[in-house]
Design a protein around this ligand. Structure first.
Ligand code: 4NP
Length: 158
């Protein structure tokens, strides 16, 4: 059993949330919390179940030293609200969808991933799916900032 657990959620679970998972797992591995935090990711939609992350996301991540290839897309389910202490959404629509399916007795802390960053100029990780490669670079940059902020918060709490 780990001390705490974090689930990252986006729409398809092939671009943003696998990137968040890969970046945050790497930050954890290099920290005093190594081995103490369970991390996973999921999508609110079922479009890409069982698929590997988008090749544009894996390519951008690899250039920054992260490996996403082993991840497989899955959909958020009701059990996740009991299994995870933190459920962090990439955008406001993901968060609204999560709030709508959240069981009343779930203790999970639900929020936007970027709200971990003090005074961040943006609150949502923009969906890069229909755009160019710069969108994937922006996803990585935001995930790195938010991962460091989340890590500091967990280090203080655990
Ligand atoms: P993600 O990106 O939510 O960051 O994984 C998307 C992936 C797939 C689609 C939209 C966004 N789609 O429409 O299939």
């Amino acid at each position: 059993m780990s001390d705490t657990s974090v689930l990252f959620v986006c729409l398809g679970n092939i671009c943003r949330s696998p990137t968040a998972q890969g970046v945050f797992e790497q930050a954890l591995a290099d920290s005093v919390l190594a081995g103490q935090v369970t991390v996973d990711s999921a999508g609110t939609a079922a479009y890409h179940l069982g698929k590997s992350p988008d090749t544009r996301a894996t390519a951008a991540a690899r250039q920054h030293g992260y490996r996403l290839e082993a991840f497989r897309a899955r959909q958020v389910n009701v059990d996740d609200f009991y299994r995870f202490d933190w459920i962090l959404a990439m955008d406001a629509q993901n968060l609204a969808d999560l709030q709508a399916m959240r069981p009343e007795d779930s203790q999970a802390k639900l929020g936007l991933f970027l709200d971990q960053i003090d005074q961040c100029a943006v609150r949502e990780v923009p969906d890069p799916y229909y755009g160019g490669s710069e969108g994937f670079e922006q996803v990585l940059d935001l995930c790195e900032q938010a991962s460091q902020a989340l890590l500091r918060r967990l280090e203080a709490a655990l």
